[in-house]
Write a protein that binds this ligand. Structure first.
Ligand code: NAI
Length: 254
């Protein structure tokens, strides 16, 4: 049996939320494998830092400041990425957040709309902008970061966020099945608690409850999620599409 092929040489990934956490960890992992990285984030300086890290591994990188809720900005970023690297083979949608924690009756319309704009409209915008380029080559893998929360509903603190992540899982499945015979795969990942800046909005008490509830008694690392993105984007298991994969230390938050 031959050694694992080089799946990532001369390939390009566009990452949203690339300035921090799972997005940055995945950028480093793809750079390690020789892929070009288009690092996008609303935090332009952070995206630039990620691009600098990628270049230090001798991989190509382009940093672009983009708010995923701004459709025109997303399209401009995608066009620039295609122009610089000749195409986009992989899309990782990592930009996302819960905004703030809130019990259901205290969720105001603003928090509700912001949460859906970022977590749902964001992936709608990027997928619609990137897919035509992938379809031209009949090749592409899309990975969207959902959350364990969609299985639990986020009672008491995150129903707005949990339901938005439910939409991420369903939209990913629909896109995967619609384009299954055109060389495209789409998958989502549903992480349990991961040790990133995302958790800064959780009180120490909530963080402790989350960790206690994980059978492994720890949060996951962003690198562990990034390695799964790499596997999904390889051709090692092309039979895999549409579904969500749980990475949660053995269980979830309640
Ligand atoms: P993070 O806070 O470290 O990174 C999120 C990145 O998204 C930041 O760089 C931020 O600037 C960027 N971002 C925020 N709004 C944006 C916008 N409008 N346009 C473009 N970029 C924007 O958090 P982390 O953990 O890396 O989060 C990545 C994904 O993982 C998110 O979708 C989150 O919902 C999901 N997730 C995180 C979990 C955790 O416990 N950390 C658990 C389950 C899911």
């Amino acid at each position: 049996m031959p050694k694992t092929p080089n799946y990532f040489q001369n390939r390009t990934i566009l990452i949203t939320g690339a300035a921090s956490g799972i997005g940055r960890a995945t950028a480093k992992i793809f750079a390690r494998e020789g892929a070009n990285v288009i690092a996008t984030d609303i935090n332009g300086d952070g995206a630039e830092e990620t691009a600098t890290i990628v270049r230090s591994s001798n991989a190509g990188a382009e940093a672009i400041e983009v708010d995923v809720t701004d459709r025109a900005a997303v399209e401009t970023a995608v066009s620039r990425g295609v122009e610089v690297f000749g195409g986009i083979d992989f899309l990782l949608n990592s930009a996302g957040a819960a905004g703030r924690r809130s019990s259901f009756l205290d969720i105001n319309v603003e928090l509700w709309r912001q949460t859906y704009a970022l977590n749902v409209d964001g992936i709608f915008n990027t997928m619609q902008s990137v897919l035509p380029h992938m379809l031209e080559k009949e090749y592409g893998v899309i990975v969207n970061i959902a959350s364990m929360a969609h299985r639990r509903g986020g009672p008491g603190h995150s129903t707005h966020y949990a339901s938005a992540k439910g939409a991420v899982v369903t939209l990913t499945m629909g896109v995967a099945r619609e384009f299954v015979d055109r060389g495209i795969r789409a998958l989502s990942i549903s992480p349990g608690p991961i040790d990133t800046a995302f958790q800064d909005i959780s009180s120490p008490e909530l963080k402790q409850r989350m960790t206690d509830d994980v059978p492994m008694k720890r949060m996951g690392t962003p690198q562990e999620i990034g390695e799964m993105v790499l596997f999904m984007c390889s051709n090692a298991c092309e039979f895999m599409t549409a579904d969500t994969v749980y990475i949660n230390g053995g269980g979830g938050f309640r």
